[in-house]
Design a protein. Structure first.
Length: 197
């Protein structure tokens, strides 16, 4: 037994060995299982690009939702911005949205997709990356970038969530630019599932 292993250690190994697909499906299943017995209205799970392109992911998600009698709108799938430039990922994202799932883009603001591409994608939420959030209260130019992202999202009817909020100053800056939601240590520390449900 090695004790607790940091996700930054095991995720790259899982990606390299192709175990990430099974790990993602296991995580989705566990999230849906807890949602089915608790009071959570939605559960969000980050997924890897390795889950896409096989033509199986939408059916796998459907099977899990049916197993736990959950409506698809309860499941939010988080994808990374760089995945949105891959056609195989985008095609399957459309299928998942048709099914009724919600799609969130994590770590947005890294410059992997253009505004015109964003407008065409089936996205319901954008997460402003923790790197931007970390500097938002100290650097006016960073605040302006974050404000532009939030404004663009509003025009496209996309909700915004700030990741990695650590201070009251960051939270206040995010409120001022109109960010819808925030997450991070300043909002709530990680909690055991029994406390969340």
């Amino acid at each position: 037994m090695f004790g607790e292993v940091d996700r930054f250690e095991f995720i790259p190994i899982a990606e390299e060995t192709q175990l990430i697909r099974k790990l993602n499906l296991f995580t989705i299943e566990q999230a849906c299982k807890y949602a089915s017995v608790g009071e959570l209205k939605t559960v969000a799970v980050k997924v890897s690009s390795k889950n896409f392109g096989h033509g199986l992911f939408t059916q796998e998600v459907t099977d899990i939702l049916e197993k736990y009698h959950l409506p698809p709108r309860c499941l939010v799938l988080e994808v990374f911005e760089d995945m949105l430039s891959k056609k195989r990922c985008v095609d399957e994202l459309y299928q998942l949205v048709e099914l009724g799932c919600q799609i969130t883009v994590a770590d947005f603001g890294m410059g992997h997709i253009s505004i015109s591409e964003l407008r065409e994608l089936p996205i319901q939420k954008l997460k402003v990356g923790a790197q931007l959030v970390a500097e938002i209260a100290q650097d006016k130019s960073v605040e302006q970038v974050a404000k532009a992202i939030v404004s663009l999202a509003k025009v496209l009817n996309i909700e915004t969530i700030a990741e990695g909020v650590e201070t009251e100053g960051q939270l206040e800056s995010l409120k001022l630019i109109g960010c819808h939601f925030a997450s991070g240590p300043h909002i709530s520390s990680c909690m055991k599932v029994e406390h969340a449900v």
